[in-house]
Design a protein around this ligand. Structure first.
Ligand code: NAD
Length: 372
């Protein structure tokens, strides 16, 4: 049977990362991105929580094609701190009431939505309507329908949309994908992808069903799903899932631990566990006695190298912040009008799989994934 290829084209990816064709074999990170006219696109961060503060702001200090120009925050005390730290002018500072006025701010080209999951679709669509390109954090929306609405809004506005999938641009992940497709000729049999952090606390929006949409499945499951799809080079056809409530007082209407098995058309299987009450961070891909493994695999800026069956750990040159490469790739997509790798369409597929996982948990049956 002919395998359905993943929608990401590897050559396109290498081109977008500014790497030469010799890099196709190795995918090293190099800073060979070079423009004679270094016009930097202006980025506005929306939601100045943990991720914006610890990762995106610092990463934007290193970007070549975009820069932090604006902020949107509902917490007035955060404004002066960010202004001082990043030299942001008053006229580029917004709150949630003035958000739509971004439409009149030509210094902002890209609006980066870093809000809780339930706000992603609304603010992405509003930013697109304001005539801005948008990066939206993962998971793209609360369900597949929201993702479809976001994609339509981007098309209607004729603006680009990227999902904050930093690992789509990370050299060890690219090498793993390359090897599993080239050296393994796509004939892998087993994928194990798990991610778990002990982070559930009372009041955390991530464990609120209405705000987070499904705890660790939405927050961490998205990584295991995209890694499985990219390693397999195709999309799974069905899923069987189970979920457990570790602490009924803490998890109301959602689960603490999710276990699921994705089955691909060629019977490749991916086993995954995601949880908010344990630790795991691992991607393992194998065929016969050969394997590729990343551990840690998913946590931001912690990947230490790629392990293989030869017993050698290979560490590739990489940027200090994965997000620098992700945001620069998007800025280049805009400047050169090229397709986005971590596109809304990629985010939609992941949400269609998550919707199927939820259905499988509820029905206690294997579910065929609906990609319509
Ligand atoms: P956070 O709770 O630290 O920050 C959320 C921000 O949203 C806060 O500044 C908060 O004030 C603001 N906010 C505005 N309206 C709100 C409301 N009604 N309720 C709650 N908060 C509101 O969360 P975070 O860890 O920064 O995550 C934000 C987004 O970034 C999430 O979608 C998350 O999945 C994503 N994220 C991505 C990565 C990654 O590696 N790509 C890592 C961490 C978080």
């Amino acid at each position: 049977m002919k395998k359905k290829r993943h929608s990401i084209d590897r050559r396109e990816m290498v081109k977008q990362l500014g790497l030469g064709s010799a890099s196709l074999a190795l995918f090293p990170f190099t800073s060979s991105l070079n423009f004679s006219d270094p016009k930097k696109l202006g980025v506005a961060l929306v939601g100045l929580g943990n991720y914006a503060t610890r990762q995106l702001g610092p990463a934007l200090r290193h970007t070549q094609f975009c820069e932090l120009k604006g902020i949107v925050t509902g917490t007035p005390e955060k404004k002066p701190k960010w202004q001082k730290e990043y030299g942001i002018e008053d006229r580029h500072c917004y709150n949630y009431e003035t958000f739509d006025q971004l439409a009149n701010d030509p210094a902002i080209d890209i609006v980066y939505i870093v809000l809780p999951n339930f706000m992603h679709a609304e603010y992405t669509i509003r930013a697109l309507k304001a005539g801005k390109h948008v990066i939206c954090e993962k998971p793209m929306g609360m369900n597949a329908q929201e993702c479809k609405d976001m994609i339509s809004a981007a098309r209607k506005a004729n603006k680009k949309l990227q999902i904050g999938y930093r690992l789509f641009y990370e050299p060890h992940h690219l090498k793993l994908m390359e090897t599993s497709q080239q050296a393994f000729e796509g004939r892998i049999k087993l994928i194990e992808a798990s991610l778990a952090f002990d982070m559930a606390r009372p009041g955390l929006w991530r464990i609120d069903k209405k705000m987070g949409g499904g705890g660790a499945l939405m927050d961490l499951g998205i990584y295991t799903i995209q890694a499985a799809r990219r390693a397999a080079g195709s999309n799974p056809v069905s899923v069987f899932a189970q979920a457990y409530i570790d602490d009924p007082e803490l998890y109301k209407g959602i689960y603490g631990t999710y276990v699921y098995q994705l089955r691909f058309a060629d019977n490749t299987v991916c086993n995954s566990t995601v949880s908010f009450s344990a630790y795991s961070d691992r991607l393992h891909v194998s065929r016969g006695n050969e394997y590729l493994e990343l551990q840690p695999a998913f946590a931001a800026n912690q990947i230490s190298g790629l392990d293989t069956w030869n017993g050698e750990k290979e560490t590739l040159e990489h940027a200090e912040f994965q997000q620098t490469v992700q945001m620069d790739a998007f800025a280049k997509n805009i400047l050169e009008d090229t397709p986005v790798i971590a596109s809304g369409e990629e985010g939609l597929i992941d949400m269609q799989i998550i919707d199927a996982i939820k259905k499988s948990i509820d029905s206690k049956k294997s579910v065929v994934i609906d990609y319509s």
